[in-house]
Design a protein around this ligand. Sequence first.
Ligand SMILES: O=C(O)CCC(=O)C(=O)O
Ligand SMILES: [Fe+2]
Length: 253
Amino acid sequence: MAAASSTLSFPVINMEKLQTEEKPAAMEVIRDACENWGFFELLNHGISHEQVMKQFASEIQKLSEKLLELLCENLGLEQGYLKQAFAGSNGPTFGTKVSAYPPCPRPDLVDGLRAHTDAGGIILLFQDDQVSGLQLLKDGEWVDVPPVRHAIVVNVGDQLEVITNGRYKSVMHRVLTRPDGNRMSIASFYNPGADAVIFPAPALVAAAADDEERAEAAYPRFVFEDYMNLYVRHKFEAKEPRFEAMKSAIATA
Ligand SMILES: O=C(O)CCC(=O)C(=O)O
Ligand SMILES: [Fe+2]
């Protein structure tokens, strides 16, 4: 091991050896690596990519569920209602997507991500804290979602619009490209389980009953997986025809 500097084998340190009588040899590899390579690789470091992702997912899931409880409180729904509505028989589904938007010389010609609403429940987004680009459609105008260091952007998905009978809106958003600067984002999607049956909360339909226009559920009842099957083909279109299509799917069933 002490001869590592005379060979061309890339320095690799097995961290488990630091706990054994082989520690001096391992220390020697680290010394040599630092003096002669400026690099080394660690094995048995106790951190697996999978473990880090699991922990990240579990923290994001906890935060999503905390947010759902706050929404229940605001909506006057019993605690746990939204979490339960998303549960299906196997609990909610959860996904994370890492995106990189490279600089584009002609932002006027190319969108980073075309306008869409998100299909699922609630979306938590870490966006680049330097490079902007995300915009949402508010009252007919595209509005920037400003990069704020350490902030998590929260976005209401189509399923929350349905469950709240339209009280909460899943809004169109898009990502613009920039002529300079690479933009990174990490989006985590907290979605219903595939077999979860999604429908407007009866308490919210009743609450809207004194409002003439919404005397009955304005949104369909469907199985989340069926909605997703439709969504994948119509993601970059308005959400209303999707809700309509789900209504007729029930009517013809
Ligand atoms: O990258 C972003 O900031 C947003 C991504 C997004 O809207 C999505 O993945 O649905
Ligand atoms: Fe989105």
